[in-house]
Design a protein around this ligand. Sequence first.
Ligand code: ASP
Ligand code: MG
Length: 461
Amino acid sequence: MKVIKIGGGCLNGKETIAAILDLLVTRGQGNIIVVSALGGVTDLLLEAMPQAVAEEEAVGRVMDRLKHKHMLVARYLIRDDKDVRAYSRELGKTLARLERLFYGLHYTKDVTPRMVDAISGFGEKICAQLLAAILNARGSKASCRLPEEIGVITDGKFGDATALLVPSENNFQERLACRLNGGQITIIPGFYGINADGETTTFGRGGSDYSAAVFAAISGADVLEIWKDVDGFLSADPKFVPQAKLIPELSYDEAAELAYFGAKILHPRTVEPLRKKGLSIVITNTLRPDKVGSRITARGKAAPGVIKSVAYTTDIAILKVHASGVGKRRGILGEVAASVAARGVNIKSVVTSQTCISLLLSRRDLEPAALALANLHPRPYRKLEKSTNKALIAVVGKGLSTKPGIAAACFSAAAQCQVNIEMIAFGPSPAALYFIVRETDLHKAVTAIHTAFFANPACSI
Ligand code: ASP
Ligand code: MG
């Protein structure tokens, strides 16, 4: 049995959805299909929340848009009017519950993390119901099962939950396993589970990859297939490097590092639930479903040249906390990190020296983090310095920390095209080396480093 994840990018527009459903008719039987919301729906829900707080009429508008978007697909793909009407009633019931939450938001004016999760999880729910309804109307046997019925239990952290695999697996085996029969297509909304009180807790943006991995782990599946509109991970972003090549096989750590550093193929946490069982992930391009895309396995296959990909992200800003004797002052790192975390800011990485702690943050987190530290009394530092217009380049490949010459090759490639490397982190991960350059140098640097590792065919993946 397989778990197949279908992302919002593949569920965009009625023709695309029709093609996906055709694939499901032949490949979905007996398998579990975990779906995202239709393309753009999660954004729509999130954007509607402040609007609903501001004016009551916004609630009606968002309901109309959701209804229209889903009914458009249903009318296009369901031939029999009776089936269209039945689906419309089912959608109406689900939307009525969502509408009540939106009105609650308007009257309480309280956008709590609990409410954000309760509302944003609806995109996946209405999508799963839609796909199951269409498949049934077209003669396949499909059913929609919700995480709250199955009992996918999380640690309860709204907006960034982690699934508790043991109770979730027990619930799954007890409530769903026996109902999965050979020919059925079982469709489950991704993106959320429930806390101990039965409330929706989401896994964070893009989290339905992670959901699918949870279902693969708890259902006893043989493999997790992620259906996308690309073949998989590439050796670089083809926008910068047109000759970038597909990576046929990656290890869990390589995939996680690449996902973390910008390659928008997979949610960075997807491999976590799979580790214990050692399950593989296969990326399948729905436009070429018979071609094998990237395969992610527990150990991966080493590349002759070690390096598999040069990734980057421009969503990076640096907050330098200048203080003397950092390395000798007990608790200073903890104090800095705790005050930043109290503002809800995530630290992407930290590099320290005796005189400075450099926090690597998402760009939107720079000001809130600086503010958090400025409010500390007494101040455990001398000066704060904000550094923007940067980009982070990550060179990823298992074993790079033990193969001599990798860092030198990166730096000389950068130096040859006059790119200054401003900060490096090498060592924390055996599969990634990363460094900061000016954003204006990014294109040049990625191209030069990719050429350094991949121009020689002996080094190719
Ligand atoms: N629909 C959610 C989002 O857009 C989850 C996902 O697509 O994976 O973040
Ligand atoms: Mg998505």
